[in-house]
Each structure stands twice: as C-alpha cells, then as structure tokens.
Design a protein around this ligand. Sequence first.
Ligand code: BEZ
Length: 264
Amino acid sequence: MYKCFGQRGGWMSANNWDAHLYDRSHRFVSEYGNHLIELLAPHKDEKVLDIGCGTGDLANELYEHGINVIGIDYAESMVEQAQQKYPHIRFEVGDITQLPYEDEFDAIFSNAVLHWVKSPKLALESIYQSLQSGGRFVAEFGGKGNVSNLTTNIIREVREAGYAFDEKKFPWYFPSIAAYTTLMEQVGFQVTYARLYERPTRLVGDAGLKNWLSMFADSFFHDVPVDKRDVLVKQIEQALSKERDEDGNWLADYVRLQIIGKKI
Ligand code: BEZ
C-alpha cells in the first residue's frame, strides 16, 4: 500500500472522499472519460495503469476491452469502492508522484485527476519511469481557464460574506498546452498530441451545484464555519443563477486539456 499525494477535495477530509456521492452524482466524470479510451486506442493484452482511477469505472471499461489493467488512486475510500464493484481488477492506494514501477506499462492513462497534482513535474517523472520504452501516456484533465467563472463567483461570495480566501490555496493546477507540453518534453516525452477545448458540463438537478461544491471545492470554504456553509452555498447559487439550462441543471465552464506523450 502506498500513501497519498495531497488534496483532492471533499467536504470531508482530503483522502476520505465520499465514494458513494461520487458514484451517485458525479458519474459524468467517468462517462466523459469513455472518449479518452478511444484516444488511448488500447490493444488486447496490453498492460495499462489507470492513475487516479476513482471508483474504477474506466478501469473496468479497459478490462472489458481485454486490457491487463491496474487502477491506482490516493483515496482509500475510492479504492475500496472500486475493489468492491470490480473484484476481478487489481486496485491500489498510491501516490502518482511516487509510483513504484519501472519500465512496466505499455500505457498510462488518466482521466480528470492531474489538475489535483500540484507537483506536475514529479508526477510526469514518475509516469515516465513507469512506462516501457515506446510506451504512451494519455491523459485528460482541467486546462487553462477551467471553471474560471465558477471559481470567480465562489471566491467573490466567500469574501463578500466576510471570510478569507488566500489565492495561494487555490486547489487546482490548470496548465496551458505550452506549460504542460514543455514539462513533458523536459521529462523526456515526445509529445504527439495536445488539445485544449471547452466542454460545458452539466451538474444535474437542483442540487447539482451544491453537490459539486461539496465534493470538490471544500478548500474555498476553509474559513467558513460548517453551520454557515448552507447560506453561503445559496448565495453562490444565486450569483450563478444564469448558468442553468431550461431543465434547471447547472452548467459548469469546464475546459479540458488532452495530451499524448511517448516515452523515447
Ligand atoms: C475537472 O474535472 O476539471 C474538475 C473537477 C473538480 C474540480 C475542478 C475541476
């Protein structure tokens, strides 16, 4: 068992994600990940590591493509749930910046996780070391500009309610193509593909925004007493009330970065 690399969120504690809330209300994360499997273009019997596997849905998709897949995630609650749902797959708790592998995988795959990793170069070095020569790294995560409307409104409402938010505590890393591919090349990857694109994302139902805040955005509420959070969430909902579709779902301004790198 390996230990965790840092914050990934949750009203709860950093490593103790609410895996049930994740599966119930944030299933879209892995559903969007299906097109990343197309980008990975896996071949039967390849050995693939899914880093930040969450509750295991995409690892299971890979398994069903005939892939020899291992899933790794720093959150024990997620790994436990993944293991229960998919007992035929190997899952481990581990740190993306300190993967315990050397020249082992045909491919490393990651969906919607690397924006939580504030030491991207360490993560890339660890990924590079884990790949076989010629192996590929295929990932998608939040890119430059991701959720900027959402976070601008959250921070403004938190401050207007009289609480502090220190910009240095911004929880995510959302790089541009230039910043991330430069790091990849420094580590030794040949970058064969990079794309930044807008993907407005539906947070389903009246409670969609509240669920998202509670699952992912706790660090903005660090100085807000627990019994004051509901009122503040209502104010944020009010501020973002135009960001809803005709059925009342919330629209989050996601921007994704997709990359492919080859170990040379
Ligand atoms: C994302 O997938 O881009 C994301 C998810 C949660 C918080 C921030 C970004």
